[in-house]
Design a protein around this ligand. Structure first.
Ligand SMILES: [Zn+2]
Length: 240
């Protein structure tokens, strides 16, 4: 049977992913559909990730799951924000950008961000999953030319480190506050990286619909833009 995974949208940049043997949770902040209670009860080996300490990517509530969680992979800026209180140290794995850690049957590599913290590349059950955190081309058009240029250069620098990666699933911000520039980061990312399934996140209230030929003519990336917490998507493994 063709391997598959299921992605459950929580809220904002928060997602749960069920693979054959694992449950992964990224950037939990809110869960309006209360999906987590059921997911945590299914008995899979569970790993929880937080890309940085900002309130829309990290919530102390994840500590309440610790009996059901094998390990937490957390950006180390969360330590400065007080850490994940009430969780046993042996379950906490703090990471800086550009590191790798292995734990039982999961490999986690970190890349940079253009905001705070880091982005995650996870290898588990044969799947390569990338969560960008707040890595994005933050093109605020009202900003000064210098800041706009710095945002572009900073993004290009991080993207050069990701170029050529082969990813089964990638979560990437498409922030509607950037107005007509809200998807330029995701477009550039999908041009430079081999992505089978792109999941739009951090959209701040609007649902993004990609152009017919996303990211460019001759290169097709499947896109999922969830709008409501609790929505889910089944992804079948496809070859590169
Ligand atoms: Zn954010």
């Amino acid at each position: 049977m063709q391997p598959s995974l299921e992605i459950i949208y929580l809220h904002h940049s928060g997602f749960a992913i069920k693979t054959e043997k694992h449950l992964l949770v990224f950037d939990y902040y809110q869960d309006p559909a209360n999906s987590m209670t059921d997911l945590l009860d299914q008995g899979q080996t569970t790993y929880v990730f937080s890309s940085h300490s900002h309130g829309d990517h990290f919530n102390q509530e994840i500590g309440k799951w610790q009996k059901k969680v094998a390990a937490y992979f957390l950006s180390d800026d969360i330590i400065e924000a007080g850490g994940l209180k009430s969780v046993d140290d042996c379950k906490l794995i703090y990471m800086k950008p550009y590191e790798s850690k292995e734990q039982a049957d999961i490999q986690v590599a970190t890349y940079g961000s253009t905001d705070q913290g880091l982005s995650f590349l996870v290898n588990v059950d044969g799947w390569r999953i990338f969560h960008a955190g707040d890595l994005n081309w933050w093109h605020w058009k009202q900003d000064t030319p210098e800041n706009i240029k710095a945002a572009q250069d900073g993004f290009a620098k991080e993207l050069a480190l990701l170029a050529g990666l082969k990813l089964d699933v990638a979560f990437f911000p498409v922030d509607s506050r950037l107005e007509e520039f809200w998807a330029i980061g995701a477009e550039e990312f999908c041009r430079k990286v081999d992505v089978k399934h792109l999941v739009a996140m951090h959209s701040c209230g609007k649902v993004w619909q990609p152009a017919a030929e996303f990211p460019e003519p001759g290169k097709q990336v499947a896109v999922w833009s969830p709008g409501e917490g609790g929505q889910s998507l089944k992804v079948l493994k496809s070859e590169f």
